[in-house]
Write a protein of this length. Sequence first.
Lengths: 111, 109
Amino acid sequence: EADIYQTPRYLVIGTGKKITLECSQTMGHDKMYWYQQDPGMELHLIHYSYGVNSTEKGDLSSESTVSRIRTEHFPLTLESARPSHTSQYLCASRLQDYEQYFGPGTRLTVT
Amino acid sequence: QQPVQSPQAVILREGEDAVINCSSSKALYSVHWYRQKHGEAPVFLMILLKGGEQKGHEKISASFNEKKQQSSLYLTASQLSYSGTYFCGTETAGNKLTFGGGTRVLVKP
């Protein structure tokens, strides 16, 4: 059982608001990732980190930002939410070359 | 570059077998397989490292042909619980998984 947590699980917010999606893992994993996934569709990597103070943009262009100040914590921030940001956001973590575990996800709706 | 999965969807009767394929144009370090049920996060099934190994999880097994940069997932004697979307994730030396478009599997009684 993977110990990776995301909050909130569901969020409905108005256009223009700033939001932060939280992701934490207690497994000491060095690598962490954020994916965006529309229902029933493919997973798009938007950010990743290979360790503290290391962050990179993923394959899908995103208006979000991330930080990695602590190993266990990898929050994602949207400075100004728009309806096009409506989606599910999945956080994942991994230890070196081993299997990758996903958090339960945050379903975001921007009205 | 994103791996290509086929077929995009498959419908099975309980007890039938199916094969899902995943291919890449790049030299792969490993292939990962995940299953995602509706409204849930993807769940790790297995990882295959280059070397042509085969692995199993319940009655689900997979193979990896590194010469062809292809992996196949075998669903044997399918059960209702096997329904979901299966994703392959491929990895090159950069340690960043890239996922395929998914294969939707529906197992009917």
